[in-house]
Ligand binder design. Structure first.
Ligand code: TYD
Length: 141
């Protein structure tokens, strides 16, 4: 998959004098059933997470507090996306290496995921990830 297949999803947002409310419905605002929710918090300011890619997993990342940057890499091209709004998500498709960087103090990264946790779904070695993509292109069937 190309980094261009990853996209920003603007979520519904209701603002009034009491504050704001955003909601997410599986298979409406996001194109997959939600099978897992996890969140990153307590990341030191300027800290980094990620450093892996997934074979099948689809995810929506939201900065529900603070901000961070996501570097997307399809093995050929890179794209950097800054997330800093609780009503904006980043949809990441399978086969994309991602690094999460530049966490602000107190940032919380909420992740909605299409599958339960499965370590076998990860590429954790960047060179192995690139080799796998090259062999998939060489033998598409
Ligand atoms: P990892 O996905 O590498 O986190 P990050 O991308 O934020 O750096 O996961 C870190 C550890 O947590 C790893 O040992 C796997 C474990 N883990 C679970 O057990 N369940 C989960 O749903 C997730 C996301 C991670």
């Amino acid at each position: 998959m190309s980094v261009d297949a990853c996209r920003i999803v603007e979520l519904p947002r209701l603002d009034d004098a009491r504050g704001s409310l955003t909601f997410i419905e599986a298979e409406r605002q996001i194109p997959f059933p939600i099978r897992r929710v996890y969140y990153l918090f307590g990341v030191p300011e300027g800290g980094e997470r990620g450093g892996h890619a997934h074979r099948a997993l689809r995810q929506l990342l939201i900065a529900v507090a603070g901000s961070f940057e996501v570097v997307l890499d399809d093995g050929v091209r890179q794209r950097r996306v800054r997330l800093d709004s609780p009503s904006t998500g980043l949809l990441i498709v399978p086969g994309i290496w991602r690094e999460l960087e530049a966490f602000s103090a107190g940032a919380v990264c909420l992740v909605l995921a299409s599958e339960p946790y499965d370590e076998a779904d990860y590429w954790r070695d960047y060179e192995e990830f690139r080799r796998s993509l090259r062999s998939a292109v060489a033998s598409p069937c």
